[in-house]
Design a protein around this ligand. Structure first.
Ligand SMILES: [Zn+2]
Length: 416
């Protein structure tokens, strides 16, 4: 099954441009004219991260363009070093994509009128485009090309030393950003620390909080609401180092993907029954004359939500996780981080949780929070998890600490 959103003619034009003017595409068999653009487009072979990694820069840039051109910005994906992907995006393209994404959420519309978007980024070190997001550097060392200040972070978030948290807290104020571009887990840690230490956030500012990098679970959203509700609008962003902004959550809390700057295709994943309604997003850029992406597999998995109450015409989706974060049960069904989050919800006794699949079909559900669950609450969650996992080989464990992946990322569902 295949579904698509956006302007197919524009996507076809983009592909025609790429096959004519970009060496990597030119080396492939030429596009064949088809009876209809729809049929012809589906015949174009998909691309993926390794294509862009191997051919960067000369192979994937349009003829005559260079990474050193004015307004060309460079982004690096997170991931292990051999897996890193460098992308370049024209600053105007980035701005258009961001503006169209912001337009789905009225509480953020003030940003479109601000003279400049000024961001502070607070996330795992590997996600930051500066190698020096450590506290021994000055603020100036951590300001990116686009003016974003990267706050100092420790590789192991939950053991971050107090002076580093204090510094992040202070810079969030002194840099006077209008966007906090943050990993929700990092912000929740800072909020807790500030509360415990009597540091007061200045809430009399015009700030919006955009959440990205790791899954914004309902439990994390509940913690962020304790600070932000009624003061700072909070919305999840879908961003990729290859594209910049791809989607944004509306005021109903549903993520809408931008079908104006991209042609969006969804490819359904095979499944044993119709309870699994999972789709991989495939993106074609529109009007990118620097580094066009054609039928680019994102490896990101979504559910499609249909019409959203907010009225936006951009497709509403629920992000389920990366392909590699999905775990397949013996029955063939997938368990996704999104499904797990929906099931756990936001009870007061859970701040952070993680599900681990161990060898031999055993599961461990670890959780931490500031209060203890009542026995019946724990039993109810356990039985829901058993249903989801189609197994009773499940251990529930209250913990104080969670291991983070290399590079400082947190995984909601992991194997090991
Ligand atoms: Zn909506």
């Amino acid at each position: 099954m295949h579904k698509a959103f956006g302007n197919l003619d524009a996507a076809w034009k983009e592909a025609s441009f790429a096959y004519k003017s970009v060496p990597f595409f030119r080396s492939r068999p030429a596009l064949t004219p088809a009876a209809s653009p729809a049929a012809g487009f589906l015949d174009i072979p998909m691309t993926s991260k390794p294509d862009y990694r191997k051919n960067f820069p000369a192979g994937v840039l349009a003829d005559g363009r260079s990474v050193n051109d004015p307004y060309v910005q460079r982004y690096q994906s997170s991931g292990t070093s051999g897996d890193r992907l460098v992308s370049v995006i024209h600053a105007f393209k980035l701005a258009d994509r961001m503006a169209n994404c912001l337009s789905v959420n009225k509480s953020l519309s003030f940003l479109l009128d601000e003279p400049k978007i000024r961001m502070c980024r607070y996330a795992a070190p590997n996600c930051s485009d500066v190698e020096c997001s450590n506290p021994n550097t000055s603020m100036e060392d951590r300001i990116l090309q686009d003016g974003t200040l990267v706050l100092p972070v420790y590789h192991d978030l939950l053991t971050t030393p107090e002076p580093m948290l204090k510094r992040a807290f202070e810079e969030l104020h002194s840099y006077e950003p209008n966007v906090w571009y943050v990993d929700p887990m990092h912000l929740s840690v800072l909020i807790k620390k500030a509360r415990a230490s009597g540091w007061k956030f200045d809430m009399n500012r015009k700030v919006s909080v955009l959440l990205t990098y790791t899954f914004a679970t309902q439990a994390l959203l509940r913690q962020l609401a304790t600070l932000c509700e009624g003061h700072f609008p909070v919305a999840s962003v879908m961003a990729m180092s290859e594209f910049g902004f791809v989607g944004l959550a509306c005021e109903e809390g549903n993520l809408h993907l931008n079908d104006k700057d991209y042609y969006l295709e969804f490819i359904q994943m095979e499944a044993p029954d119709d309870r699994d309604d999972l789709w991989e997003l495939v993106i074609t850029s529109v009007g990118d004359r620097l580094c066009p992406h054609i039928r680019y597999r994102t490896n990101d998995i979504y559910r499609l939500l249909g019409k959203c109450k907010c009225g936006s015409t951009m497709p509403a989706v629920a992000f389920q996780g990366r392909m590699k974060d999905l775990v397949r049960l013996p029955s063939g069904r997938y368990v996704t981080p999104g499904e797990l989050d929906a099931l756990v919800g936001a009870p007061k006794w859970i701040d952070i949780f993680q599900l681990t699949f161990q060898k031999g079909g055993h599961f461990v559900f670890r959780y931490s929070g500031e209060t203890e669950p009542a026995a019946d609450e724990l039993a109810t969650l356990r039985s829901k998890l058993e249903d989801l996992l189609e197994s009773k080989a499940l251990r529930m464990e209250a913990v104080q600490y969670f291991p983070f992946e290399r590079g400082g990322k947190f995984q909601l569902v992991r194997t090991g």
